[in-house]
Every structure is written in structure tokens, then in C-alpha cells.
Design a protein around this ligand. Structure first.
Ligand SMILES: NC(=O)c1ccc[n+]([C@@H]2O[C@H](COP(=O)([O-])OP(=O)(O)OC[C@H]3O[C@@H](n4cnc5c(N)ncnc54)[C@H](OP(=O)(O)O)[C@@H]3O)[C@@H](O)[C@H]2O)c1
Length: 314
């Protein structure tokens, strides 16, 4: 099969590999589309270095194929799998979606939402699931601020917060303002013109550029600041030190920092499916690349030129 092949950090090339065989609890997927997010860049480069010690592989990645978000068709069922059949259209995550075929654990797969393309479905799992988990507990009428609202997680965050009945303010750079408005944000700040103002019950921080004190100062009493992630933390710990530091501040305030570590699970993806089928959520797919240009797709996301989600089609 055609695939992007990565044997060590910092080096990946298009190549040919054997079609993988599904193990216990896994299915073989014919991949139709693979979503791209910053996590793929981290696993391609092995940066921040801390992630190498967190189980992703010390000298090189555990999976020889990059790519995690996936949408495709079940081709073969592994031992012990129930609830899925050959021909099912699914989406979720796996190790190695930048390939014509991939094996995926059914614990990370859900039925593809009706009425959307594989490209849209592949954009949903990691970014949509992260936004969903970051916004848990939001009640109608509460005020939500989304930083990085024009990016992968942020574009879902705006829509999910709206679906939960919140008043939503998005913050982004100029070229993403129209997108963020179109996603339903009640207010949009273009931070290149003016920084955001106001106070919020929940801040979903997907950009990471603002100091913790600035975030806490913009939060209502008993509000939460959900730290999703940042690319501003350097190549050793990434944003981890900021997240850990935020926890040290929590005992001294009623406003709480919540460093988010989202999980990839079938039940989360099923929740996304329900929201999509109800018309409350739509992947904001930006640029689409063919498999032969998958590494350009990752560069595109890394460069911050991407608005919404970038997807590779196979
Ligand atoms: N905690 C978790 O479980 C989890 C899960 C998924 C992702 N993440 C992390 O969360 C972060 C956001 O992910 P994503 O997929 O939404 O990324 P993304 O698509 O790149 O979006 C992030 C947005 O933040 C803004 N931004 C990026 N770098 C910035 C900087 N240096 N200063 C100010 N603003 C910046 C950009 O918007 P503008 O161009 O408008 O500035 C960009 O659209 C990443 O760091 C990712 O690794 C964490």
C-alpha cells in the first residue's frame, strides 16, 4: 500500500508498506481521509522532547506511519470485534492514517455521521473531541471565550459552546475573522487590531500566547480556564511547564486553571456524530491535500496558515 513512512523523528518519506493485519479488538480500514493536527507535527519531529518520555517512542515513533485522525470503510474484522461489519463507514483515530490502509482499535471508532463526506468526518475526531471535553459543564447563558478560535480545536469549540447555549466570543487573527463569525460566534476580536475584553465563565485557550495572569483576570469568580495547548513553550517541555505552573496557582483563587489532556474514545466520537447529525456541528474544512502531499499538509498546519481543519484525502 502507499503510505507516508517514518522510521525516526524528523524524517518521513512517501513509500510502500505491507497492508497491516488487524489484531484483537481492531479492524482494517480502507482509509478515505486523514485529519491533520499539531499532534501529527509533534510525532513527526519528536518535539517537544518530553513526549518521547511519555510513551510515544524514545528514538523514533512507535508507528512507522504518521497520522491519527481517520475516516474510512471497514475492510476486515479482527478477533473479538463486535458491533462492526465489513463495509461500515466509520471515523475515529488510529496509529498511521497517512496510508491507503490502517488498523484501528474499535474502542476509538464510531459510525460516520450521515450526510457528511469522509473528508469532513476525518476532520472531527481529535480537534472536535478535544473541544467537547474542554467545554464539559457549560450551561446556557454562560459566557465562553475561545482563543485560537479559527484553528482546529477552536473552530469546533465555538460551535459546541453555541450548541450548549453559551454566549461565545472568539479571538483570532485577521484572516480567520470571517470564518469564526460564520461558525456562530456572537463576538469576534481580531487580536492584531485590539485584544479581547470582558470577563468569562470559561476560557478555552487553544493559542497559548497569553500569560496566565491575563487569562485569570478575564475570568468570572468560580470561572475556569481550560488550557488546551500552545506552540509557544519551546522544544523541551512544550507547554507542559505552563500547565503545571497553572496548577500551583489554583489553591489561591476561586478561578481555576484546568490543563486539558483529552482522550480519544468511541463514546466521545459518538457524541460528535450526534451533534453533526443534529445540525449543530460542521467541520470547518480548510485546505485538502492528496496523500502524496501529506507532509505539505502538516507544514501547512504548523505554519498557522490553516484556517479550520486541514485534511489529507486518500
Ligand atoms: N490538550 C489536548 O488534549 C490537546 C488536544 C489537541 C490539540 N492540542 C494542542 O492545542 C493547540 C491547538 O490545537 P489546534 O489543532 O487547534 O491548532 P491550530 O489549528 O494550529 O489552531 C491554533 C490557533 O491558535 C492560534 N495560534 C497558534 N500559535 C499561536 C501563537 N504562537 N500565538 C498566538 N496564537 C497562536 C492560531 O490562530 P491565529 O492564526 O488566528 O493566531 C491558530 O489558528 C495545539 O498546541 C495542539 O497541540 C491539545
Amino acid at each position: 500500500m502507499k503510505a507516508v513512512v517514518q522510521r525516526r523523528y524528523g524524517s518521513a518519506v512517501p513509500g510502500d508498506l505491507d497492508v497491516p493485519v488487524p489484531g484483537q479488538g481492531e479492524v482494517l480500514l480502507e482509509v478515505r481521509a486523514a485529519g491533520v493536527d499539531m499532534g501529527v507535527w509533534h510525532l513527526l519531529t519528536g518535539k517537544p522532547y518530553l513526549l518521547r518520555f511519555l510513551g510515544f517512542g524514545l528514538r523514533g515513533p512507535k508507528s512507522p506511519v504518521p497520522g491519527r485522525d481517520v475516516a474510512g470503510v471497514v475492510k476486515e474484522i479482527g478477533p473479538g470485534v463486535t458491533g462492526f461489519a465489513v463495509g461500515d463507514e466509520v471515523f475515529g483515530t488510529c496509529d498511521g492514517s497517512f496510508a491507503e490502509y490502517a488498523v484501528a482499535p474499535v474502542s476509538r471508532l464510531a459510525r460516520k455521521p450521515d450526510g457528511i463526506s469522509f473528508t469532513e468526518a476525518a476532520a472531527l475526531p481529535i480537534s472536535g473531541g478535544t473541544a467537547l471535553q474542554g467545554l464539559r459543564g457549560i450551561r446556557p447563558g454562560q459566557r465562553v471565550l475561545v482563543l485560537g478560535a479559527g484553528g482546529g480545536v477552536g473552530s469546533f469549540g465555538v460551535q459546541i459552546a453555541k450548541a450548549l447555549g453559551a454566549h461565545v466570543t472568539g479571538v483570532c487573527s485577521t484572516r480567520k475573522v470571517e470564518l469564526v463569525r460564520s461558525l456562530g460566534a456572537d463576538e469576534v476580536f481580531d487580536y492584531t487590531v485590539e485584544d479581547f475584553s470582558g470577563t468569562y465563565d470559561l476560557i478555552l485557550d487553544c493559542g497559548g500566547a497569553r500569560p496566565l495572569s491575563r487569562l485569570r483576570g478575564a475570568t468570572n469568580e468560580r470561572g475556569r480556564i481550560v488550557l488546551v495547548g500552545a506552540e509557544t513553550g519551546g522544544s523541551i517541555t512544550g507547554g507542559f511547564h505552563k500547565s503545571l505552573g497553572s496548577l500551583l496557582l489554583n489553591p489561591f483563587s476561586s478561578r481555576k486553571f484546568v490543563p486539558l489532556m483529552s482522550t480519544e474514545r468511541a463514546d466521545v466520537f459518538d457524541e460528535l456524530r450526534v451533534l453533526v447529525e443534529a445540525g449543530s456541528l460542521k467541520a470547518a474544512v480548510g485546505k485538502v491535500f492528496p496523500l502524496s502531499e501529506a507532509l505539505d499538509a502538516v507544514d501547512h498546519v504548523y505554519s498557522r496558515r490553516s484556517a479550520g481543519k486541514t485534511v489529507v484525502t486518500i
